[in-house]
Design a binder for this molecule. Structure first.
Ligand SMILES: [Zn+2]
Length: 264
């Protein structure tokens, strides 16, 4: 088979929960704030009014950490609006792991489909019950006041920041990794590493001031060969890990199992 052919061999589903170890602020910017509303509001699901983690936020963060980790993947492109410019790395090199996994904006010049899909993550039912029972400032959230201190007068200028309280659990999250090419199984290590990097970094805003520490928990990795989608009886290949540290010990086996699917 020619090396540039695109053929789906299977998918790897990485699922589990995301725990907010500290308060989590995934903001939607200042636009759309009503009079009397909170400054710095969090993203909320339109139907349930509950805060959630947009897949784009999670994917963007994993990508940025993978870029920082990879000396070849230097930022070279601005995306977003003039007001909210984001520098990312984009290239056409088929050996670039970042662009292969996370894709190229608009898919321009893409050599192959983006490997990774990241779904939106909603609060677990248990967290919804728990947060509903608390006497919070806003539905499901707290308002934290962060003060900037005037260097001359030492006067504090408190700014409100809406956060999902520490301890809230979102899940299940779902990362869907498609297997197209022989080496794709090895890219899974890059993804798992980005998850671990995120745990020592932050998700959302105000991370350098304490918000956004998250933990991936109760992980489950399922490899689904393409025949399973056709309705054939295919034995499920599943792995579980309590957290990303435990996942380390499973990685060789996961990569090998994904490699078998690619070789079939
Ligand atoms: Zn690249």
């Amino acid at each position: 088979m020619p090396s540039d052919s695109i053929n789906l061999y299977g998918r790897v589903l990485v699922t589990g929960n995301i725990r907010a170890v500290t308060g989590l602020h995934i903001g939607k910017g200042k636009e759309g704030v009503m009079i009397g509303g909170v400054d710095n509001p969090v993203m909320r699901d339109a139907l349930s009014n509950q805060p959630y983690i947009p897949g784009s936020s999670l994917k963007g963060k994993l990508r940025s950490l993978a870029e920082k980790r990879d000396p070849k993947a230097q930022p070279n492109m601005n995306i977003g609006t003039a007001k909210a410019k984001v520098r990312i790395h984009v290239c056409n090199d088929p050996t670039c792991q970042v662009c292969t996994i996370y894709g190229i904006p608009g898919q321009e010049g893409a050599q192959a489909p983006t490997r990774l899909i990241v779904r939106d993550v909603f609060l677990t039912e248990e967290s919804v019950r728990h947060l509903s029972a608390l006497n919070l400032d806003q539905p499901f959230t707290e308002v934290k006041y962060e003060a900037s201190i005037d260097r001359i007068t030492s006067e504090a200028n408190p700014r409100p920041l809406e956060r999902v309280p520490a301890g809230a659990v979102f899940g299940p999250f779902e990362l869907v990794f498609s297997l197209y090419k022989e080496d794709d199984c090895r890219l899974l290590r890059n993804l798992f590493e980005a998850m671990r990097l995120l745990e020592d970094d932050y998700l959302g805003g105000s991370g350098s001031r304490g918000s956004g520490k998250v933990r991936f928990e109760d992980l489950s990795i399922t490899i689904r060969p393409v025949a399973a989608y056709a309705g054939e009886e295919v034995a499920a290949i599943s792995f579980t890990a309590e957290d990303t540290q435990a996942l380390r010990h499973q990685e060789d086996a996961i990569v090998a199992a994904a490699g078998q699917v690619l070789a079939s």
